[in-house]
Write a protein that binds this ligand. Sequence first.
Ligand SMILES: [Zn+2]
Length: 298
Amino acid sequence: MSKREDIKQRLQTGLVIGDGAMGTQIQQVAPKLLCPEELLFSQPEAVEQIHRNYVEAGAELITTNTFGGSGHKLKLAGMSEHSAVEVNRIAAQIARKAAGDDALVLGDIGPLGELLEPLGEITEADAFNFFKDQASGLVEGGADIIIIETCIDLNEMRVTAEAVKSVCDLTLIVSMTFDKVVDGYRNMMGNAPQQAAQLALDAGADIVGCNCGVDISGHTDIVKMLREVATDGPLMCQPNAGLPELIGGKMVYKQTPESMAKQATQLLDAGATIIGGCCGTTPEYIRLLCEALNASAK
Ligand SMILES: [Zn+2]
């Protein structure tokens, strides 16, 4: 069996290691871009190298550099000379090349960054088309799985899932972001993890999960809540490297790779099966995470 087939099978039954942050890695290579997606054109080999660094660190899923790859966000960033289909196709091709047989490619879709009508100005039909183009490009470029991540608005999540489903039948992961509030955890629109998980499953998600937002102990709580709804099968969790601190006008994530790896075994115990990192994590975090989780899962 090929490594890729093995990961696909294990995704249903056991532990799979995700990758870490893309944005912070890109900032080190090219600090002055219009948006991270610009690097796909200015230095595609640098994007490929970041993916390879994650694969070498033990990541079995690598995420395309398309978090802001909707036509809406590309236009706002000043990248409208490239169509969203083209940007996403190229990003998926680069990730596919770096992954080879050693990892699966997650075609990444992030939020539009603005609310849909009636709370905001983007119509549902426009949002659908933005996400449809993005998903089409990711599929054309060879993504193995589609991930809708950092969801904070379930209405936008539902539209995104519908758009993805309209162009492909790839496995769909919906990963949501919650903050800690007085009486538990809520997304930006006030939904609890259990309610959000149910709506994601109803919208067609094959796998639900959580990323960003809170620290690992918060994610441990959220994973347990998601498990109340997504009771069996895979469940994803990708925390940041701790809570951010504002230093010199920049968000800095200061949890060490060693500390994060040690704490991450809690996520496994809580029921997460696909574990990687979000903001502030690097290949070194993933390398230690992979070692600690594999030792703990045995
Ligand atoms: Zn994050």
